[in-house]
Design a binder for this molecule. Structure first.
Ligand code: C5P
Length: 399
């Protein structure tokens, strides 16, 4: 993989991590790519345009309204020139502006005007990163197809410790290499159906039984399969993730609804991945009216839900390659292999949800993939990276 001949716009917004941009440009230039730097006004408070010009070998652009710069290369031309626009550091202000489509400076205008791949390397105080506004904005950018690289965790310039550090220049270089040397579309012509998120089992018009599944892993699998060229159907329980672009979504609530959608789509699919955390039981009767408080105890009668993935794996005709997930808190291998066999799956991805910071609701995960006579451990990393590895592993097994 290399970056030779590639054209990268590095957009620098105003965070202390901007001081690392000189090093980043040097690393990119070592790969023989062309780099043009765009800076926001506040970025110039942290690193000078002169420094960035010296390392990039090109004049730095900073204004939409500079007639001379526009005459040399108008902003639309500039946006079309790039193979990649990387915003590093991306402050929460710039991220927020991008999430709503504000274009009040050259950098944010280029992002809207470019057909190129856009990536951001967030860098901010850990509290600002954790704020729901920032998290929602990041989720929105992901749903637009913008890649979010990092942030890392550790000690911050302000003295706080936590998540919000910009990735190091070498890590960003790795991301650029991967982004600009995309994986071949090994799933072109294939259809992949994925279940994701929790199910919601109604008790009465206002109450339900559910679980902690965030849907992040299933959505990451959908993105990964789509990026490798597959047609992707995502059958999603209720989650707080924006609908990904280019993916066919079927929103469901209960396990029974998910079962119906899955059986309908599975026979049209080459691969079926059951990543949803399906409730094992539902209420025997859903009350028409809100259930009233009774004595000190109450008993709910539950009945078993259909096992969606087992029904798909049992299809006699047009059966897809069927992949399950197993979230376990103990004896992971034994339980995973049990499920592989009992549900007649081709493959199962097992994770130990008792490990802190991994699994449910987290951005990271670690998985072991099991086939009947083979296994492969994938160490902890982001759900996006894991999803790509899982999808590639599945693709390698398709005939
Ligand atoms: O039996 P358990 O729920 O642990 O199995 C997990 C796997 O089975 C997951 O792939 C999950 O999506 C799938 N499953 C299903 N329908 C159910 C229960 C689980 O498809 N009713």
């Amino acid at each position: 993989m290399n970056l030779s001949g590639k054209k990268i716009v590095l957009g620098i917004s105003g965070g202390i991590a901007a001081y690392k941009c000189a090093e980043l440009v040097r690393r990119l230039k070592e790969q023989q790519c062309e780099v043009k730097v765009v800076m926001t006004d506040s970025a110039k408070q942290f690193i000078t345009p002169l420094t960035m010009q010296a390392v990039s070998g090109e004049p730095v652009s900073d204004s939409l309204l500079d007639p001379q710069a526009e005459a040399a290369m108008g902003h639309i031309e500039f946006a079309k020139w790039a193979d990649l626009i990387l915003i590093a550091p991306a402050t929460c202000n710039t991220i927020a502006k991008m999430a709503v489509g504000i274009a009040d400076d050259l950098l944010t205008t280029l992002v809207l005007a470019t057909p190129a791949k856009v990536a951001i390397a967030p860098a901010m105080n850990q509290q600002m990163y954790a704020h729901p506004a920032t998290q929602n904005n990041l989720a929105t950018l992901s749903s637009y197809g913008i890649s979010v690289w990092g942030p890392g965790s550790g000690e911050q310039a302000c003295g706080d410790i936590g998540k919000g550090r910009m990735l190091e220049p070498l890590e960003l270089l790795e991301h650029c290499l991967t982004a600009l040397n995309p994986a071949p579309k090994i799933l072109e012509g294939r259809t992949v159906t994925i279940t994701a998120g929790p199910t919601r089992e109604a008790l009465d018009p206002v109450r339900y039984i559910t679980n902690h599944s965030s849907g992040k892993m299933g959505y990451a699998l959908a993105h990964a399969a789509h990026s490798l060229g597959a047609t992707v159907n995502l059958i999603s329980g209720p989650v707080n993730i924006p609908v990904p672009q280019g993916i066919h979504i079927t929103s469901v609530s209960s396990a029974v609804d998910m079962h119906e959608a899955a059986l309908h789509l599975a026979t049209q699919s080459d691969v079926f991945i059951g990543c949803a955390a399906v409730a094992d039981y539902r209420a025997a009767d859903i009350a028409d009216q809100k259930i009233k408080k009774q004595g000190d105890e109450m008993t709910l009668t539950l009945v078993k839900n259909p096992d969606i993935i087992a029904s798909v794996a049992a299809l006699k005709q047009q059966r897809p390659y069927t992949v399950g997930f197993a979230a376990e808190t103990q004896d992971v291998k034994q339980y995973a292999l049990g499920k592989l066999k009992n549900k007649h799956l081709n493959m199962i991805c097992a994770n130990d949800v008792s490990q802190e910071g991994l699994g449910f609701n987290s951005d990271n995960n670690a998985l072991t993939l099991f086939w009947e006579n083979e296994q492969c451990s994938l160490p902890a990393s982001s759900k996006q990276e894991l999803a790509l590895t899982v999808i590639k592993a599945i693709a390698s097994k398709l005939s």
